[in-house]
Write a protein that binds this ligand. Structure first.
Ligand SMILES: CC(C)(COP(=O)(O)OP(=O)(O)OC[C@H]1O[C@@H](n2cnc3c(N)ncnc32)[C@H](O)[C@@H]1OP(=O)(O)O)[C@@H](O)C(=O)NCCC(=O)NCCS
Length: 173
């Protein structure tokens, strides 16, 4: 029941791990009808790219598939599915000291403000906890900072050189 790449190795976890109604199975986290899954096959990769390209980059040519940060083993490219249909994306970049950066959170445009982003972040916290992560960091777009504040993130400067984003963090356990 290998689950995820973790620091270049495959991570194994117990399939009966249960935490706050989050349930592990091989390759995904399940919450209600949501599944947060690693992008590993071509169909998932296409959905992941399409959502990010349109929601985060407005369909612009600036979007680069398979950039160097996408292919690092410690950076987990994740797709949120609802009843098997891809509706959201996030990347979890694992760092040292039990920290990780939550990047490029997106919910398909016509499904926003319906609670799916909150579900995605709940699944992500469950995954991060299982990976031993204790602190999540976010570079938020100013327009989206209210979303993270609502989820318990608080302002926290961890990268003083970055002036474009609202930096926030949340301790998890
Ligand atoms: C930001 C995003 C991921 C949130 O997902 P979502 O499914 O729309 O969020 P939810 O429905 O779970 O929102 C829960 C609460 O968070 C807050 N919230 C959500 N989006 C917000 C936003 N853009 N600004 C301020 N508050 C927001 C609201 O309080 C909302 O509750 P309400 O709808 O009852 O008022 C989604 O809107 C999105 O993909 N936006 C475009 C891409 C983006 O900006 N990504 C973030 C990059 S840092």
């Amino acid at each position: 029941m290998a689950l995820l790449r973790h620091n270049g190795r495959r991570l194994e976890a117990d399939a009966d791990f249960l935490d706050r109604q989050l349930c592990w199975r091989a390759y995904f986290v399940r919450m209600a009808n949501y599944v947060l899954t690693l992008v590993e096959d071509a169909a998932d990769a296409a959905a992941y790219d399409q959502i990010r390209h349109h929601v985060l980059f407005g369909g612009s040519h600036a979007y680069i598939r398979n950039g160097p940060e996408e292919v690092k083993d410690e950076n987990l490219s994740l797709l949120l599915k609802l009843d098997g249909i891809p509706i959201g994306t996030v990347r979890l970049d694992q760092k040292t000291d039990k920290k990780a950066i939550v990047r490029l959170v997106a919910i398909v445009s016509d499904l926003q403000r319906a609670g799916h982003g909150t579900a995605l972040m709940g699944c992500l916290e469950g995954l991060a906890t299982t990976l031993g992560i204790r602190e999540l960091l976010v570079y938020a777009r100013p327009a989206a900072s209210g979303f993270y504040l609502r989820l318990g993130y608080t302002p926290f400067i961890f990268d003083p050189d970055n002036k474009e984003s609202i930096q926030l963090h949340k301790m998890i356990s």
